[in-house]
Unconditional design. Structure first.
Ligand code: NDP
Length: 323
């Protein structure tokens, strides 16, 4: 496992990491979560991604309990959480980054994790109704208080990130260090185009999500939607629209062809392509069972073969150049 700097910070994250969206507290119970965390950790993964909204807080509780029961020393791993959507139907606590919400959300999250601090905290989406000054100052204060170590954004535009960074720098506040965008062979415009000036300006780090586009890039949906898969879940039917887009179907079919001729599973080609981008600090993997995690982690063993196919893979990415 290679460890990469999280942007311009001094923190190093494993090039592959493990996240809990849809899985922890839904498809996975404590036993399965522990099995996956243990395996990830043994393979060198040191970053585990989470969010307040995942399973409405249950994902944080489960991950916290799993780490405690596994007895892994707290300073050996990095965890994250993210705030924006909120989990209580109360005015000021939904779809926001206002100070009242952020302070409360941080406090409640620590209680769920049963931990003293969260390493990375993210503003999960931009909030056009809260001034950037209020957001940056609140993130700064959370870090000053020792509740978190680094802060960043998720799915913000380059302009919004630059504004936050400039305000932090000019006021001596903790700067945003990392962004968490979707990045895969289908969705890559932000990482490959929009954020380019930010890599130089602020050394932006990237913790990227959905390397398999929720499983679409494994080829498992080529003929049908398997019963026990993410796209069959009631809450995830919106993803079926994506699946049926002609340019996405074409990309999946072409990836399938490269997989057939190279004898490398589609999942590993897709994950490998993300990992080979040096701007990416870590590619966050998802898995609903340990067998998937094992297959996905094998990507690292054949990264050089995937490097040789990079040109062909980037041509697939070009089919959805603006996504
Ligand atoms: P992927 O795109 O890799 O999708 C993972 C899912 O694909 C699995 O849960 C599984 O679903 C299926 N899968 C994985 N590996 C295989 C395999 N080898 N063969 C067949 N099916 C496979 O990643 P995620 O979408 O889960 O994203 C990863 C992490 O990124 C999340 O856990 C979360 O931490 C983070 N994230 C952040 C977001 C943000 O807004 N900041 C948004 C989304 C994710 P199944 O078996 O159910 O079909």
């Amino acid at each position: 496992m290679e460890y990469r700097r999280l942007g311009s910070s001094g923190l190093k994250v494993s090039q592959l990491s493990f996240g809990s969206w849809v899985t922890f507290g839904n498809q996975m119970d404590l036993k399965k979560a522990k099995e996956c965390i243990q395996y990830s950790f043994e393979q060198g993964i040191n970053f585990f991604d989470n969010a307040e909204v995942y399973a409405k807080g249950a994902s944080e509780e489960l991950m916290g309990q799993a780490f405690r029961e596994l007895g892994i020393p707290r300073h050996h791993y990095i965890i994250s959480t993210k705030f924006f959507w909120g989990i209580e139907d109360v005015v000021n606590f939904r779809n926001t980054l206002n100070r009242k919400y952020l302070m409360h959300a941080m406090h409640e999250s620590l209680k769920r994790w049963k931990m003293d601090l969260i390493d990375l905290i993210y503003c999960h989406r931009p909030d056009p109704e809260t001034p950037i000054e209020e957001i940056v100052q609140t993130m700064h204060e959370i870090i000053q208080r020792g509740d978190a170590l680094y802060w960043g954004t998720s799915e913000w535009s380059a302009k919004q990130i630059a504004e936050a960074y400039d305000f932090a720098v000019s006021n001596g506040f903790h700067r945003p260090v990392m962004e968490q965008p979707q990045y895969n062979l289908i969705h890559h415009h932000k990482v490959d185009q929009e954020f380019t000036p930010l890599y130089k300006k602020m050394g932006l780090g990237l913790t990227t999500w959905s390397p398999l586009a929720s499983g679409i890039l494994t080829g498992k949906y080529l003929n049908t939607i398997p019963e026990n898969s993410r796209l069959a879940l009631k809450s995830m039917t919106w993803l079926q629209e994506e699946l049926h887009q002609p340019s996405i179907q074409k990309a999946v079919k072409e990836l399938h062809q490269i997989s057939e001729s190279s004898h490398i599973p589609m999942s590993q080609l897709a994950i490998g392509w993300c990992t080979l981008n040096p701007q990416v600090s870590t590619v966050i993997l998802g898995a609903s069972r340990i067998e998937q995690l094992k297959e996905n982690l094998k990507t690292l063993e054949i990264l050089n073969s995937i490097r040789d196919l990079r040109k062909e893979l980037s041509q697939i990415a070009d089919l959805n150049a603006t996504a």
